[in-house]
Write a new protein. Structure first.
Length: 326
């Protein structure tokens, strides 16, 4: 008998899914990915008259699952009173082909992206890192604050957004969840006092200046998932020990891709992947004053991993609508 499909809304994920479990799952995912047993087809992007559609698929041996995510970006939706990004992740049993879950993908993607940022901070930041700065207070920035706070006992958290009222709203909303109050500051102050910087914007112009980043800082750069996007000044890149979620993808679309195109960095600029650092195949931070940077554009196996984590939690907690498609 075909299993029922669980259908989950963003509200159910937000209210019931523990991001802590997602962080652990993403750490294992990045380590297991280095074994070469997962399947990761290239991301397929469709340029449409109204915007962009992107399809990502992935299979991981560790989860035993296959996912396909279709995401939509329509900037003109601002004027229509609609979200600018929408999408779904479908979770399949690869052996039987059964559709096990359909989940709203925007928040699920924010969870796995923030979890990857947190895992990078766990392995690449200094052991005595105490100050966290998150640049961007949108959906991703909010989750980066939550996730990074799970892996390090920060004593200071600062938040910046070009829309100050948005940053203040997020700081107030997270106040009851965190033991450390969030201070809203300007971007230069945020960067100058941080031991860990997470960037979480859609910027196509550099926000983080090289002069503001202290020796010994770690950066998790999560917003530049297209070649046109950039969050950090290119002059910062040669100062950093660079890590990718997948090197080949980041050279073409990630935070460093424009610096590579301009010849500021060579195509051999990455020390390796975050997964290699997790399993000890390559060294992470080699000195206390070294700047480390994780270029996280997102890969399909992370979608598979977050979907499996959400599915397991949905089954355990009885979440979602059950639908029999067959």
């Amino acid at each position: 008998m075909v299993r029922e499909t669980i259908v989950l809304t963003r509200q159910e994920v937000s209210g019931q899914v523990d991001i802590g479990e997602v962080i652990g799952a993403i750490e294992r995912c990045m380590a297991e990915f280095e074994k070469g047993e997962d399947l990761l087809p290239p991301k397929y992007i469709i340029d449409l008259p109204g915007g962009i559609s992107a399809c990502m698929a992935g299979y991981t041996k560790a989860t035993g699952m296959l996912t396909m995510k279709l995401g939509q970006e329509r900037k003109a939706n601002v004027h229509r009173g609609l979200p600018t990004t929408m999408g779904t992740i479908n979770l399949y049993d690869p052996e039987t082909g059964e559709l096990l879950m359909v989940v709203e993908s925007v928040l699920a993607t924010m969870y796995r992206t923030a979890a990857a940022a947190a895992v990078a901070a766990k392995f690449l930041a200094r052991k005595d890192a105490e100050a966290l700065a998150v640049i961007g207070a949108g959906q991703l920035g909010r989750q980066c604050v939550r996730a990074a706070s799970r892996v390090r006992p920060f004593k200071q958290i600062v938040l910046f957004d070009v829309r100050r009222e948005q940053a203040e709203r997020v700081a107030a909303e997270l106040a009851s969840e965190l033991s450390v109050p969030i201070q809203v500051v300007d971007v230069e102050q945020a960067c100058r006092q941080a031991d860990v910087i997470c960037t979480a914007t859609n910027s196509t112009e550099p926000i983080v200046r090289s002069a503001w980043v202290r020796p010994g800082t770690h950066l998790s750069c999560m917003g530049a998932d297209l070649h046109s996007k950039i969050e950090c000044e290119m002059e910062l890149m040669p100062r950093c020990r660079l890590f990718a979620d997948k090197v080949e993808h980041c050279l073409e679309r990630g935070e460093v891709s424009q610096a590579v195109e301009k010849g500021i960095l060579g195509r051999d600029c990455f020390a390796g992947s975050l997964g290699q650092a997790i399993i000890g195949q390559i060294a992470g931070r080699s000195s206390e004053d070294q700047i480390t940077l994780f270029d996280g554009i997102g890969i399909g196996v992370q979608d598979t991993t977050v979907a499996r984590s959400i599915y397991d939690q949905a089954v355990a907690k009885g979440l979602g609508l059950r639908v029999a498609f067959c």
